[in-house]
Design a binder for this molecule. Structure first.
Ligand code: FAD
Length: 403
C-alpha cells in the first residue's frame, strides 16, 4: 500500500513526492503519462549531443531565497542572466524596451533624461483602462504598441489586445537605462547539469517509485494508496463535467545547425510577420560548448497540449466551478499549473507545492498531538507567500509571465 499516489512528475508532483518521502517518510508512487520525468521543464541531449528543452526554453529566476535554497539541495547552478532581442523594422533591439532600443530604432542618441521626455510625449493617456491595448497605449503610445506588442499578443493568444482584459497586462516594463536583462529577480540561474538531472536527484529515494508512460486512470483501481496528489488538468479529473477549460497551445520545431552560433541572443522575438513568436538558441542557456548549435521555434496553436490558461473572466468562472468540486474531494490535493488553472513560473509552482506539503505535515502533526498550538500561516517558518514571487518579465501583452 502506498501512502501517496502522485499524478504528474513535473515540479508540482516531484517536489511533493520528494517532501512526503524524505520529510515524512511516506511511501510514494509517482506516475506520469509521458515517457519522462520533469514535466514541461524536461531537458535532454538530442541526437547531436546538444542539451535542449523539449517543451521550449525554461529559464529559472526567483525572488524567493527559500525556493532557491530548496532546489539547491538537488543541483548546482550556473549563473545566467537572460537577454532577449526583438526583431522590429529589420533591426534586432533589446526587449524590454530600454535606452538602446529607442536609440537604435529611431537612429537617436538620447540620454536617460531625454528618454523619459520621449516616453512622456509618445504615450497616449487613456481615461478608462479597460483592455490590454489601453494599458500599453497609455504607457508607451500607439507606435511602440504596434511595433512590439500588438502582433506578439495576437500570435500568442489568438486575440487582439483590445479583446484581452486590462488585468492581463499588469504593467508595461520600459527602462530608461541600458539594462538589457530580461528579468530582475534576485536569483537568476540554470541548473548546472540540466533540469532532468535535478529531477532525478529529487526523486532518488528508497521511498519513491516512479512509473512512466502511465496515465493514473490505468492504475487507480489496481494499486492501493491512501491519498492522491494531483497535478494534471483539473477539468480532466472531473471528466469535463462542466466542459473543457480553454488553453492556448504551442508547437515546437527543433533544429540543429552546423555552425557554432546561430543568432545574436539567447532568444529573438518576432512580434510581426513570421508565424512563430520566438526562436531560442539553447547553448546560451546551458553554456554548453559544441561545434553545432540547436534552436527551437515556437508556433502558437489553438489545439494541442495545454500550456497557457487563457486569461478571461468566463474561464476563471469555469475554473471556480471545478475548484468547488476539488475542494469537496476527500484525500486529493490539487497542485500545479494544470490542477489550479494558472500560469505559474517554475518557482511559483515549487512554492505552491512546498506550501501544500507544509499543510499536510501540519495536519498530520495536529492529528497526532491534538494539543499542539499551530502558528498562523504567515508566521510559519518556510511558508512562501505566492505574492512574494511575482517576478519581472519583459514582453508583450500577456497574462503569463512572458519568458
Ligand atoms: C513554453 C513554456 C515556457 C516556459 N518557460 C518558463 C521559464 O522560462 N521560466 C519559468 O519559471 N517557467 C516557465 N514555464 C512554466 C513552467 O513550465 C511551469 O511553471 C512548470 O512546468 C509547472 O510545473 P507543473 O508540475 O505544475 O506542471 P507540468 O510541468 O506540466 O507537469 C504536469 C505533469 O502531469 C502529467 N500528467 C497530466 N495528466 C496526467 C495523467 N492523467 N496521468 C499521469 N500524468 C499526467 C503531465 O504529463 C506532466 O508531465 C514555461 C512554460 C511553457 C509552456
Amino acid at each position: 500500500m502506498f501512502d501517496y499516489l502522485v499524478v504528474g512528475a513535473g515540479f508540482a508532483g516531484s517536489v511533493l513526492a520528494e517532501r512526503l518521502a524524505n520529510g515524512l517518510g511516506k511511501k510514494v508512487l509517482i506516475c506520469d503519462k509521458r515517457s519522462h520525468i520533469g514535466g514541461n521543464a524536461y531537458d535532454h541531449f538530442n541526437d547531436d549531443g546538444l542539451l535542449v528543452h523539449k517543451y521550449g526554453p525554461h529559464i529559472f529566476h526567483t525572488n524567493s531565497e527559500y525556493v532557491f535554497n530548496y532546489l539547491s539541495r538537488f543541483t548546482e547552478w550556473r549563473e545566467y542572466y537572460h537577454r532577449v532581442l526583438a526583431s522590429v523594422d529589420g533591426l534586432q533591439v533589446p526587449i524590454p524596451i530600454n535606452l538602446d532600443t529607442i536609440n537604435k530604432l529611431y537612429g537617436l542618441s538620447l540620454t536617460s533624461f531625454e528618454l523619459e521626455e520621449f516616453f512622456e510625449k509618445a504615450r497616449q493617456p487613456r481615461e478608462h483602462i479597460r483592455t490590454s491595448e489601453d494599458v500599453v497605449v497609455n504607457a508607451v503610445g500607439k507606435e511602440l504598441y504596434e511595433k512590439f506588442f500588438r502582433g506578439y499578443t495576437r500570435k500568442q493568444w489568438g486575440l487582439d489586445p483590445s479583446e484581452l482584459d486590462a488585468s492581463v497586462t499588469a504593467r508595461v516594463p520600459v527602462r530608461i537605462n541600458r539594462d538589457d536583462r530580461y528579468f530582475t529577480d534576485t536569483y537568476q540561474a540554470m541548473p548546472k547539469y540540466g533540469y532532468t538531472r535535478m529531477f532525478e536527484k529529487m526523486l532518488d529515494s528508497p521511498n519513491i517509485k516512479v512509473l512512466l508512460n502511465c496515465d493514473y486512470r490505468e492504475i487507480i483501481d489496481e494499486i492501493p494508496y491512501r491519498e492522491m496528489i494531483y497535478s494534471g488538468p483539473i477539468d480532466s479529473f472531473f471528466d469535463y463535467t462542466y466542459g473543457p477549460l480553454p488553453y492556448r497551445s504551442l508547437e515546437f520545431k527543433h533544429e540543429t545547425h552546423n555552425t557554432q552560433v546561430f543568432q545574436n541572443a539567447p532568444v529573438v522575438n518576432y512580434p510581426n510577420g513570421q508565424p512563430y513568436t520566438r526562436v531560442t538558441e539553447f547553448k546560451y542557456l546551458t553554456g554548453q560548448q559544441h561545434e553545432k548549435t540547436s534552436v527551437v521555434y515556437e508556433y502558437p496553436r489553438a489545439e494541442g497540449d495545454p500550456y497557457y490558461p487563457i486569461p478571461r473572466k468566463e474561464n476563471a468562472d469555469l475554473y471556480n466551478r471545478y475548484k468547488t468540486l476539488a475542494d469537496a474531494q476527500p484525500n486529493v490535493h490539487f497542485v500545479g499549473r494544470l490542477a489550479t488553472y494558472k500560469y505559474y513560473n517554475m518557482d511559483q509552482v515549487v512554492a505552491q507545492a512546498l506550501n501544500v506539503y507544509r499543510k499536510i505535515a501540519e495536519e498530520r502533526s495536529a492529528r497526532t498531538a491534538a494539543t499542539t498550538i499551530l502558528p498562523t500561516s504567515a508566521s510559519r517558518p518556510g511558508f512562501v507567500p505566492q505574492s512574494s514571487l511575482r517576478s519581472s518579465n519583459g514582453n508583450g501583452v500577456s497574462g503569463r509571465k512572458v519568458v
